[in-house]
Design a protein around this ligand. Structure first.
Ligand code: NOJ
Length: 935
């Protein structure tokens, strides 16, 4: 095995340039349960109207109490056996609904396991514990009506103003979810509901069924013992009237999901969710990547709806669409290997409503520490503490801002996490202390595989305490990863999390200081010699759950344990973590990135839809390796990647061990200057970014938004995924992702747009061709916005702490504008006690004002005192009313000061095609106070 490990390591490390090895990963046909369910769909389609689903709801068993409807679904099987499937439908105050279907026999443990397995007999029913943010409030006002709208149906009325209803068809069992009496989501309309109930081996064959994929399954020489036999769950979810569906990351694909049953431009395979370390992944593909969020949003003119399939096992999703303009619809087919049917339904009017509803279930993104949204300098690897210090000092020499420098796995002693390489990193504290001087941070990789070596304290403790993942025979599972032979922490076990917590304490994690934060990589889990590069499905986790049941949650449990560890280490410091593997709910704790991309233009281009999709799916703190992980980018690609990377919520440059150094200061002129300008632009707009992060943390809105979020009624924009909006700022970016010097941008709506830099005016409602030479970052401000920024270049975001603000204003046709600013200390939880400001900025009737929209708390006054000297140093009003040509001053009335005072205004007339602008210099209102300026 050592030889094998060495070979795999060698391939992994040394051979970039290969394409994905398809034979390592299953297709649907190679995955027994996926094939069985797809075959069922084909059969239903071929049978046509006479196809009947064998599932019926027993009306007499239905009971309703306080928002919860319980009952039994019966499966009609050839054997005549009574297959009872308890169903629970919950209706929540938030307007969400949930359908859970389990299997009576499995709930009661009345099944037999094969191969002397000790696996849990139940269907996995704990995914909600990890993915959701606690119990939702049940609806008090939901109403149940038996035999309504007629015999054979039951009806639930629920949701805001009773606008939602669920019509339950008894036979066959179907559910229509309606808004104002119109169906928007239809479950089992195609009759593909399927829950493979437990049967002993041979019982299928006795009835003429094909058992060839029911039992042991072998793929690429790995045999899965499948002690419970076939146990998949599936259902079809139809969205009548919808042609666009979004979400279900992670795939390297466009945002508007493609059909998956073949045809031009479509996929042949379903979208797969099975967290995998896919080496050199393919673009425009439905293949699984590192993370899984089984949440889909359907959008059309006037409404948005969504579903969340809460299942952590391997999942495939087929999509077919009907394009006929009278009969538009999208039908989806969700198929998981094991677990329960557990489906949330969200109905609403806008993408925002649905994102908010999903966030109420799985939690909103963490408000990260401010440094986390600055620029991160990473590579595999900075080779010594001296190397780190030199890079740090050279950034300063060239006056390039950055917030964190990263250490990949080579900082450790033989890839033993929680240690330092004794020769290369003899003085980790000195290194961190140097970073502290400019308030920068260090981020180190700590992976969940632990080198198996007696004498290595982490390995000894992991094994002696019984906290590792087990194999099917209940022995500690051995596999290989970066350190060679390794064991894996079982973070599903609360005892593992408690132990992991102790490892992060300063007295155990020697050499770590308070400015050290963590990346947990390889959490899929990545196992070099394992089936599909992960661990066997019949491995056993805490609670005797098989790995197959929990696979997609594995990375989340690790992040969960590390998040808690960092929090316990420094109670009032917001943790920063990065993960590659994720599931619904990971957004509460961490940032993610799109893994090992390549230094190719196509990879730069795909990063935009991938990051947008993550935002749609409630996990917006997303980024991609700037510059490309594998291979060396040329200067054009690298420059364009930085210019695009400043629009990633998580903005980190990273590269493979074999790549050449490419820190921005090493790049030849004039490209270095272009890159530095891009970095400074990111820092200039940090107040706007931080405000967008804050918004995400309270309502789940994406930090960078796709076109259809801003113009939900403009069908032309629904599929656009190469331009993006920064929060609610009205800033539209169109990154150049090809080696060209022009690009096209679609400027929707009815307000004018202005070039961010020179105020060139663009008329709305069409696509414009834009000159974009290498130095140009195409970006626009739509009329009607007020953008807060800070214009003084500093070495790190923390050093901008006391800097004054600049406000940029563009007006609507009606002469109005709006914006907002959220601001706090950027590192602690004091904002929970009111230590922040949240201001609404308004322009109406030629008056610019700042209004308090925050809530007061115990620490509000203290915080306001702390920031009392932070002022607005400049206001730029673009395309001002012409009357201002004759004005030399503006009048300012600031709360508390009692009297009005003046500030000078200068009017700048510019060339045709560009907008005039006025600048108010040093108006000096305090950023935290209420004020008005009369223009
Ligand atoms: C895989 C990660 O995707 C990559 O970012 C990292 O550099 C390597 N593991 C080595 O730790």
């Amino acid at each position: 095995m050592l030889r094998l490990t060495f070979f795999v390591l060698l391939v992994y490390i040394i051979v970039p340039g290969l394409a994905v090895t398809h034979e390592d990963f299953k297709t649907c046909t190679q995955s027994g349960f996926c094939k069985r369910n797809r075959d069922l769909a084909d059969k239903a389609f071929a049978t046509g109207k006479s196809w009947t689903s064998p599932y019926t709801l027993t009306p007499d068993a239905l009971k309703f109490d306080s928002g919860v409807l319980t009952g039994v679904v019966r499966k009609d099987v050839v054997s005549g056996e009574d297959v009872e499937l308890p169903i629970v439908m919950s209706f929540y105050e938030s307007g969400a609904a949930r359908v859970v279907i389990d299997e009576e026999k499995r709930m009661a443990g009345l099944i037999e396991l094969r191969h002397d397995s000790k696996a849990n007999k139940k269907r996995y029913d704990e995914a909600w514990k990890w993915a959701t943010d606690g119990e939702l409030e049940l609806s008090e006002s939901a109403i149940f009506r038996q035999d309504h709208p007629g015999p054979g149906y039951s009806l639930m009325n629920y949701g805001p103003n009773d606008r939602f209803s669920a019509i339950l068809h008894h036979s066959p069992f179907e559910v229509e979810f309606q808004i104002d009496g119109k169906t928007h989501i239809h479950l089992n309309s195609r009759g593909l509901l399927n829950l493979e109930h437990w049967r002993p081996k041979g019982s299928g064959e006795a009835l003429g069924e094909d058992e060839s994929t029911w039992w042991e399954e072998t793929f690429a020489k790995f045999t899965d013992s499948k002690p419970r036999g076939p146990e998949s769950v599936a259902v079809d979810v139809e969205f009548p009237g919808y042609n666009h569906v979004f979400g279900i990351p992670e795939h390297a694909d466009q945002i508007s999901l493609r059909e998956t049953r073949g045809g031009p431009g479509n996929h042949e395979e379903p979208y797969r969710l099975y967290n995998s370390d896919v080496f050199e992944y393919e673009l425009n593909s439905p293949m699984s990547l590192y993370g899984a969020i089984p949440y889909m949003q359907a959008h059309r003119f006037g409404s948005t709806v969504g579903v969340f399939w809460l299942n952590a096992a391997e999942t495939w999703i087929d999509i077919v669409k009907e394009h006929d303009s009278n009969d538009k619809q999208t039908s989806t087919h969700w198929i998981s290997e094991s677990g329960r049917i557990d489906l949330f339904i969200f109905l609403g009017d806008t993408p925002k409503d649905i994102g908010q509803a999903y966030g109420k279930v799985t939690g909103y993104p963490q408000l990260p520490p401010q440094f986390a949204i600055g620029y991160h300098q990473c590579r595999w690897n900075y080779m010594s503490d001296e190397d780190v210090k030199t890079v740090d000092a050279t950034f300063d020499k060239y006056q390039i801002p950055y917030d964190a420098i990263w250490l990949d796995i080579e900082y450790t002693d033989e890839r033993k996490y929680f240690t330092w390489h004794p020769l290369r990193f003899p003085s980790p504290k000195d290194m961190q202390e140097q970073l502290m001087e400019s308030e920068r941070k260090l981020v180190v990789l700590i992976d969940p595989h632990i080198k198996k070596e007696s004498g290595y304290f982490v390995s000894d403790e992991l094994r002696s305490k019984g906290l590792a993942v087990l194999n099917k025979d209940n022995e500690i599972y051995d596999g290989s990863c970066w350190p060679g032979l390794s064991n894996w922490i079982d973070a599903f076990n609360p005892a593992t999390a408690a132990w992991w917590n102790t490892l992060h304490k300063y007295d155990r994690y020697k050499g770590s200081l308070s400015n050290l934060f963590i990346e947990n990589d390889m959490g899929e889990p990545s196992v070099f010699h394992g089936p599909e590069l992960t661990m066997p499905r019949d491995n056993i986790h805490h609670g005797n759950w098989e790995h197959r049941d929990v696979h997609n949650l594995n990375g989340l449990t690790i992040i969960n344990a590390t998040f808690q560890a960092l929090l316990d280490r420094e109670a009032n410091t917001r943790p920063f973590l990065l993960t590659r593997s994720f599931y619904s709910g990971s957004q509460r704790m961490t940032a993610m990135w799109t893994g090992d991309n390549q230094a190719k233009w196509e990879h730069l281009a795909i990063s935009l839809p991938m990051i947008l999709t993550n935002g749609i799916a409630g996990f917006p703190f997303a980024g991609a390796d700037v510059g490309g992980f594998f291979d060396d980018p040329d200067v054009h690609l690298l420059t364009r990647w930085y210019q695009a990377g400043i629009w990633y919520p998580f903005f980190r440059a990273h590269s493979h061990l074999d790549t050449k150094r490419r820190e921005p200061y090493l790049i030849q002129e004039p490209y270095r200057t272009y890159i530095i300008r891009a970095l400074r632009l990111r820092y200039q707009l940090l107040p706007a970014w931080y405000t967008a992060f804050h918004e995400a943390s309270i309502n789940g809105m994406p930090i960078v938004r796709p076109q259809y979020y801003i113009f939900p009624k403009d069908e032309e924009g629904f599929a656009i995924d190469d331009q993006l909006w920064l929060g609610g700022t009205g800033i539209l970016a169109k990154p150049v992702v090809e080696d060209t010097d022009s690009t096209e941008v679609y400027l929707a709506g009815e307000e004018k747009y202005y070039d961010y830099f020179d105020f060139t005016i663009y008329s709305p409602g069409k696509t414009h061709s834009i000159e974009a030479p290498m130095e140009k970052i195409p970006m626009f401000i739509k009329g009607g916005h007020i953008i807060p920024r800070r214009d003084r270049p500093r070495r790190s975001s923390a050093l901008m702490r006391s800097d004054p603000f600049t406000l940029i204003v563009t007006l609507t046709k009606d002469g109005t504008a709006e914006g907002s600013l959220y601001f706090d200390d950027g590192e602690s939880y004091d904002y929970e006690e009111g230590a922040y400001i949240h201001r609404q900025l308004l322009f109406h009737d030629r008056v610019l004002s700042s209004v308090d929209i925050g809530a007061r708390g115990r620490q509000t006054d203290k915080f306001l005192k702390k920031i009392e000297n932070i002022t607005v140093e400049r206001i730029v009003l673009i395309d001002p009313p012409p009357e201002l040509k004759n004005t030399q001053t503006v009048k300012i009335l600031e709360e508390g000061s009692g009297s009005e005072y003046d500030a000078p205004l200068a009017y700048y007339e510019v060339d045709e095609g560009k907008a005039d602008y006025v600048v108010v210099k040093k108006p000096n209102m305090r950023i935290g106070s209420t004020w008005q300026i009369k223009f």
